[in-house]
Design a protein around this ligand. Structure first.
Ligand code: TRP
Ligand code: ZN
Length: 881
């Protein structure tokens, strides 16, 4: 806990004064203390300008230094200094061997950074700066070293001992102990170190690489989860094949291991050869996991696997470069999902996340460019901006370069920088060098935060057959930058004729554009494109595939949107037209709270999707879904949470009553009575069926309550069971769900993942009375404040139930304030995640704004971790903006 927090700046980067060629760890696990003996072969870094610098190794608060030896000689206390959790040695030769012995207590580590205990097993999480909690080290990503790890532990409690790389030795010791030695031949930074000791069972598979090497694939889980590994193993093999085909990248070791742990701060971690996963993000079977969870697991398995090249073989120079590996890897896993399943549905899902959460972050006190210029605590920057906007930036380069040159660029990047720790500039340089395209202006995406607005205007000259399209961009000021330079971005578009057919494109002064769709290079604050030989007044289909992370402002008429909603061949634009119409309708409902009349045009638009049996059902489910309250809030200048909720509910009811028969018919058509299947069609049917069920249950009719109860009673699969429960939970003022929730808990109380879902369904319900509900559940015997998944299911879900978090009396804010203080002493990273929403007061009503600031003020008066300190202070500093 500290309040004198230091700001770290990108501009102060210096290469390390020393390099560590090899790192030998000897880790002896003991009940009270775990001892760590670290032997380092160190030499001065020829690339450093400080040739007589002292050696400074970082260490965490919890480690007890026992002994320091240099070249075999014990240093007495005058030979080194221990200050501020740093180990400093002033007199160092050109090359030397340094050995330290430390004692740590992993069983007391509740921050889950470094070596800690999760249930009965020991495991590690070293990204970003967790390794320093294990031993004194050069804990920075540009210090690459070859690791050898020896682990010893009592054999009966910890029969499985794992670390990075290949197993090289193992055996029994005295006193019921045993040991294992692992060697990783690939030099890596400490954040990629991992080890595990536990009582785990193993599921095996194998993969033959393109060059014919056999790779053993192993998933380690607790025995009761052994039946939940198949999906992750299948996903892993698909990912390995895809990366060979798409990026020409093979796996490099002969062994790839995944370990599932219940206590984990994030989704999963790409440690070399030994990925560690949050159980929730790897274990699945149809009885306990919904379709959405299967999909999420596949994406995360792919993501961590892809890091082996984008992150591990080529790593980051410093933590400001985090998006180098995360943005690129999110982009790669999104491409994988798009290629393997439905590209349009995946794009819609990703754009929804980006516009709901990243745009909100960009407009918040925590706004930062995808390459931040400074931070107090790097953990705060594992953000939707660095990850999801970072992925959009890579995707924009792909659009600007085209498939062939993008692949040429990624090949050059991997080949040129294999084994190095580099920056986002190196990535862009590789793309630029391989393609010959000038990306200098494009780099503003890395240094400027904020969401640009693209204002598009047009005119058509029938006599000249000319269509003029003017695109203007502007980006609001953010803390790091008041006046933004224009961005370089790809603007994908087409022109549709009255039948919806794409017209041939002839752009004045640009012979490169042929065909019926194009990507325009937007570079200036304002620029005009002249399309020639345009035979009739076109309807523009703009920002196809959401080709840039911007807000598009074009004054579409309702008629045009209805046209695009049924005719646009671009799946994203089609959906977007529907969404715009639904948002506009919801805005009208906000103005008419005493009775909202839905228009016939909107009803028939929704009907035509609903009754069209030829459409992909997953896509229909997206087309008819209302925008979330969170996204609606994002589109408003002032946010009135209650009004948004009421208007959206009114819309839901209006649509359900206008289309009751169609919804019911569609429900019945999509209701699958055959054996459970996970094909795309079956998943789409479930999505559409359950969307219909939710609409129908807004009507308050017993008939539909029964339908949901029957769907629950069938217990066909977790998707249907969860959807049935959710549709009943959502009914304001009703307790129809209560007996089913009791039944659900009884069925599944031994499965901690399902219990997480049970908590989340109840705490995330956007109906009144949420706070009492959550307070009761916090007392439940299955709740554990030290388990991040439980905290996310209970407190995280509560924050997402907007009407409860934003309760007018401030009770939701005060509750979250209490939880932040309680959690900060346990797990700062999790506490700070809960603090970010409190800082998003800018567009709330004045009363709510004051109540949110009051909680932040109260937090700022406490002793805070760096994590929460940074979030709270940035929010308070922004109060006067
Ligand atoms: N690199 C991980 C990923 O693939 C992120 C991560 C996992 C992480 N655990 C963490 C980051 C703990 C910080 C702290 O996205
Ligand atoms: Zn990642």
């Amino acid at each position: 806990m500290t309040t004198n927090s230091q700001v770290i700046y990108l501009k102060n980067y210096k290469p390390p004064a020393f390099l560590i060629d090899t790192t030998d760890l000897d880790i002896r696990i003991g009940d009270e203390y775990t001892s760590v003996v670290t032997r380092l072969k160190i030499r001065r870094n020829p690339a450093s300008s400080e040739m007589s610098a002292e050696l400074v190794l970082q260490g965490g608060k919890g480690i007890k230094l026992q002994e320091v030896m240099m070249d075999g000689l014990i240093l007495d206390s005058s030979g080194y200094e221990l200050e501020d959790s740093k180990l400093c040695i002033q007199q160092c030769p050109e090359t030397f061997e340094l050995t330290t012995e430390c004692l740590i207590q992993p069983q007391l580590n509740t921050s889950l950074e470094g070596l800690y205990k999760s249930g009965g097993m020991y495991c590690t999480q070293c990204e970003a700066e967790g390794f320093r909690n294990i031993t004194y080290y050069l804990d920075r990503p540009d210090a690459l070293s070859v690791f050898t790890t020896r682990i010893s532990a009592p054999k009966t409690s910890y029969p499985v001992l794992l670390a990075n790389g290949n197993p090289v030795d193992s055996g029994d010791l005295d006193n019921g102990e045993h040991f294992a030695v692992w060697h990783d031949p690939f030099p890596k930074p400490a954040y990629l170190f991992a080890m595990v000791a536990g009582d785990l069972v193993r599921q095996d598979d194998e993969f033959i690489t393109a060059s014919g090497r056999k790779v053993d694939l192993q998933i380690f889980v607790e025995a009761h989860n052994s039946h939940k590994c198949d999906h992750a193993l299948a996903s892993l093999k698909r990912s390995m094949l895809w990366d060979e085909k798409t990026y020409g990248r093979e796996y490099d070791l002969d062994l790839f291991m995944i370990v599932a742990v219940d206590d984990f701060n994030m989704g999963a971690m790409e440690n070399k050869g030994l990925n560690i996963f949050n159980s929730d993000c790897v274990l699945a079977d149809p009885a306990t996991s919904s379709d959405a969870m299967f999909e999420r697991i596949e994406g995360i398995v792919a993501h961590e696997y892809f890091h082996n090249w984008s992150g591990n073989r080529v790593t980051c120079r410093d933590w400001f470069q985090l998006s180098l590996k995360e943005g690129f890897t999110v982009y790669r896993d999104a491409q994988y999902t798009a290629d393997t399943y439905s590209a349009a549905v995946k794009r819609i899902d990703d754009v929804t996340i980006l516009r709901t959460h990243q745009f909100a972050e960009d407009a918040s006190p925590m706004a930062h460019p995808i390459r931040p210029a400074s931070y107090i605590e790097i953990n705060n920057f594992y953000s939707v901006t660095v990850y999801e906007k970072g992925a959009e930036v890579v995707g924009m380069m792909h659009s600007l370069l085209g498939d062939h040159l993008f692949r040429k660029g990624s090949d050059l990047y991997f080949d040129r920088h294999d084994g190095q720790a580099v920056t986002t500039d190196h990535f862009v340089a590789a793309m630029g060098d391989a393609s010959g395209i000038d990306l200098s202006q494009f780099k503003h995406w890395y240094s400027q935060a904020g969401t640009p607005t693209l204002t598009v205007t047009d005119s058509y000259d029938a006599a000249a057959q000319e269509y003029r399209l003017t695109v203007a961009q502007s980006t609001p000021a953010t803390a790091e930058c008041q006046h933004k330079q224009p961005f370089h971005m790809p603007f994908r578009m087409a022109l549709l004729d009255a039948n919806g057919t794409e017209m041939p494109l002839v752009v004045q002064g640009n012979d490169a554009i042929t065909g019926t769709t194009c990507v325009l290079d937007i570079k200036q604050a304002q620029q005009t494109f002249v399309f020639q030989e345009v035979k009739q007044h076109p309807i523009p289909s703009l920002l196809r595939g959401f080709s840039a992370p911007v807000k598009l402002d074009y004054a579409y008429t309702k008629a045009q949107l209805l046209f695009l909603a049924s005719k646009d061949q671009d799946g994203f634009c089609r959906w977007e037209a529907c969404q715009r119409l639904l948002i506009e309708a919801t805005e009208e409902a906000m103005l008419h709270t005493d009775g909202y009349q839905i228009t016939d045009a909107l009803v028939s638009m929704l009907r035509s999707s609903l009754v069209d049996e030829h459409l992909d059902t997953a896509m229909v489910a997206k087309l008819i879904q209302l925008p979330s309250e969170a996204y609606l809030a994002e589109t408003q200048t002032t946010v009135d949470v209650d009004l948004i909720h009421a208007a959206r509910e009114a819309m839901r009811m209006a649509i359900a009553s206008a289309l009751e028969n169609e919804l019911l018919t569609c429900y019945q058509r999509c209701h699958d009575t055959g054996p459970f299947s996970q094909t795309g069609g079956a998943i789409g049917n479930r999505a559409l069926k359950n969307t219909c069920l939710s609409y129908l249950n807004s009507l308050g009719k017993t008939q539909y309550h029964n339908m949901a109860q029957q769907q629950y009673a069938l217990q066909a699969n977790m998707t249907d069971v969860g959807a049935a429960l959710n549709s009943l939970i959502a009914i304001e003022g009703s307790n129809l769900a209560t007996p089913l929730l009791t039944d659900f808990y009884q069925r599944w109380h031994t499965d901690t993942q399902v219990v997480d879902q049970w908590f989340a369904m109840q705490c995330g319900a956007n109906r009144s009375g949420g706070l009492e509900q959550v307070q009761q559940l916090l007392q439940h015997s299955a709740f554990d404040i030290r388990n991040p998944n439980k905290v996310r299911s209970v407190v995280g879900s509560f924050i997402r139930s907007a009407i409860n978090f934003h309760a007018a009396d401030g009770s939701g804010y005060a509750f979250v304030g209490d939880m932040i203080l309680k959690l900060d002493a346990i797990n700062p990273m999790i506490a700070s995640g809960l603090a970010k929403p409190l800082g998003r007061f800018k567009r709330q009503t004045p009363q709510r704004k004051a109540l949110m600031q009051k909680q932040l003020q109260r937090l700022s008066e406490a002793q805070l971790s760096k994590d929460v300190f940074e979030v709270v202070n940035r929010a308070l500093d922004s109060s006067n903006d």
